[in-house]
Write a protein that binds this ligand. Structure first.
Ligand SMILES: O=C(O)CCC(=O)C(=O)O
Ligand SMILES: [Fe+2]
Length: 374
C-alpha cells in the first residue's frame, strides 16, 4: 500500500515567493460548480460515505503533516469541473477570508469521462510537477503560499472531485454545524420522508429540515471572495443571498409570515412586461423554480448559470433572440417550474451515482497515495 509520504509544499516552497510576486494571480474557472456538504440533499447513501471519507482524509492529513488530533474540517465540497474549467496558479489560503485554511485534500472521484484537468505544482528551480487525477486517489498539501499550484483546463467532459480544507482554528469548524444537522435530521419524520422520496428537494410535502440548508457560513466559504456571502443577518430584504440572486437577475420571494414557506424564484424581467415576448408572457409569470431556503435558491441558481444559462437568459430575450432560445421557451411554456428542479435533481442523482461507484474504494485506506506514484 502506498501512502502519501511526500510533502509537496515543502518542495514547492523555494519558488513560491518569487513566483507569486511576478505572476498574474487570477482564477479562471467559469465552468466550475461547487456544492457544500451542508447544501446537498440529505440522502443517507450520499452523506454517509461522504462523512466517512472526510474523516479518513482528515486522519491522513493529520498523520502526514504530524498534527494528530489538531485539525478541524473547515469546508467539504463536491466540485464539478466542466469543459473549459481551469484554475490559474494560486495557493488555497490566498484571500483574507481564507486565512484559516491550513491544509487541503482533494479526492478525485473520476478519471474516465474527461480529458485535461491535470493538477500542477510548482517545484524549486521552476520545475513543475504534474499529476493526472485518478479515481479514488487523493492529494494533500499545505494551503499556504508554499503550495503554489494550478489546474489545467478540462478539455472535454466533466471532472469530479471531493475537495476539503482543514483548519487548526476551532472557530471555523464545519463539524459543529454538521453534527447539529445530523442530530436534527436523524430519526425525524421529515428526514425519513425526504430520504425515501425520489425528489428530496420537492417544494411541497415534507421538506428536509431547514437547518440542513440554512448556513450562510457555508456560502461564505464556498464562494471565492464574494463579499455578498459574508452576510449573516436574517433580514431578507438585505440578505446578500438575495442581492446575489439579483446579480443573476433572479428574484426570490420570501415570506415574512412563515419561516418555513417555500421560496419561489422568478426570472426578474418576467415580473415586468419589458422586453418579454408576448408569446411567453404567461409562462414567465410562473416561478422558474421553488426552493426550500435562500441558500438552496442560490445554489440552484449557480447550477443553472453553469449548466443551463439559456434558461436564465430567457426573460431577458430580445425578440430577435427568440430563435436562439427556442428550446428554453418551449420548456417554459410546458411547465417551467419543473424544468429547473428536474435538471438539478438529475444532476444530483448523477453525482450520487459517481460517489456510489467509489464506495468500495472508500472502504480501503489504499486510495491514499503520493503523487510520485503516478
Ligand atoms: O482539483 C484539484 O486538483 C485542485 C483544486 C484546487 O486547486 C482548488 O480548488 O483550490
Ligand atoms: Fe487550489
Amino acid at each position: 500500500m502506498s501512502r502519501f509520504t511526500e510533502r509537496l509544499p515543502a518542495a514547492a516552497k523555494a519558488v513560491a515567493g518569487p513566483a507569486l510576486g511576478t505572476r498574474p494571480f487570477s482564477f479562471v474557472a467559469p465552468q466550475r460548480f461547487k456544492a457544500s456538504i451542508e447544501l446537498l440533499p440529505p440522502e443517507p447513501c450520499l452523506l454517509v460515505p461522504l462523512l466517512e471519507t472526510r474523516e479518513r482524509l482528515r486522519d491522513a492529513v493529520e498523520e502526514n503533516f504530524d498534527c494528530q488530533y489538531s485539525l478541524h474540517v473547515e469546508f467539504t465540497g463536491l466540485l464539478s469541473w466542466g469543459t473549459g474549467a481551469r484554475i490559474d496558479w494560486h495557493y488555497d489560503s490566498n484571500r483574507p477570508y481564507l486565512k484559516q485554511r491550513h491544509y487541503t485534500a482533494v479526492l478525485y472521484l473520476n478519471s474516465a469521462g474527461f480529458t485535461g484537468g491535470d493538477l500542477l505544482f510548482q517545484l524549486p528551480g521552476g520545475n513543475v510537477q504534474r499529476m493526472t487525477p485518478q479515481a479514488g486517489r487523493a492529494v494533500m498539501y499545505e494551503a499556504g503560499a508554499c503550495s503554489v499550484h494550478a489546474v489545467d483546463q478540462v478539455t472535454s467532459g466533466e471532472r469530479h472531485t471531493l475537495a476539503m480544507w482543514f483548519t487548526k482554528d476551532e472557530e471555523h469548524d464545519e463539524d459543529a454545524r454538521l453534527l447539529g444537522t445530523l442530530r436534527s435530521i436523524c430519526g425525524s419524520e421529515a428526514y425519513a420522508a425526504a430520504a425515501s422520496s425520489q425528489s428530496p428537494w420537492r417544494p411541497t410535502g415534507c421538506e428536509p429540515p431547514e437547518s440542513l440548508f440554512a448556513s450562510t457560513a457555508a456560502l461564505r466559504r464556498g464562494d471565492e471572495g464574494d463579499a455578498a456571502a459574508h452576510h449573516e443577518g436574517k433580514d431578507h430584504a438585505h440578505d446578500l443571498r438575495v442581492t446575489r440572486l439579483k446579480a443573476l437577475r433572479l428574484s426570490a420571494i420570501t415570506s415574512d409570515s412563515s419561516e418555513d414557506a417555500a421560496i419561489p424564484v422568478y426570472l426578474e424581467d418576467s415580473m415586468t412586461s419589458g422586453g418579454v415576448p408576448e408569446l411567453h408572457a404567461e409562462a414567465l409569470h410562473r416561478p422558474l423554480y421553488t426552493a426550500a431556503t435562500l441558500s438552496q435558491a442560490l445554489l440552484i441558481a449557480h447550477f443553472l448559470k453553469w449548466r443551463h444559462p439559456d434558461i436564465l437568459e430567457l426573460g431577458r430575450a430580445q425578440p430577435d433572440r427568440v430563435a436562439a432560445i427556442e428550446d428554453g421557451s418551449r420548456i417554459l411554456n410546458h411547465g417551467a417550474s419543473h424544468f429547473a428542479l428536474d435538471k438539478w435533481n438529475t444532476y444530483m442523482e448523477s453525482l450520487q451515482r459517481a460517489l456510489d461507484t467509489l464506495n468500495p474504494t472508500w472502504h480501503s485506506l489504499g486510495f491514499l497515495c503520493t503523487t510520485h506514484d503516478n
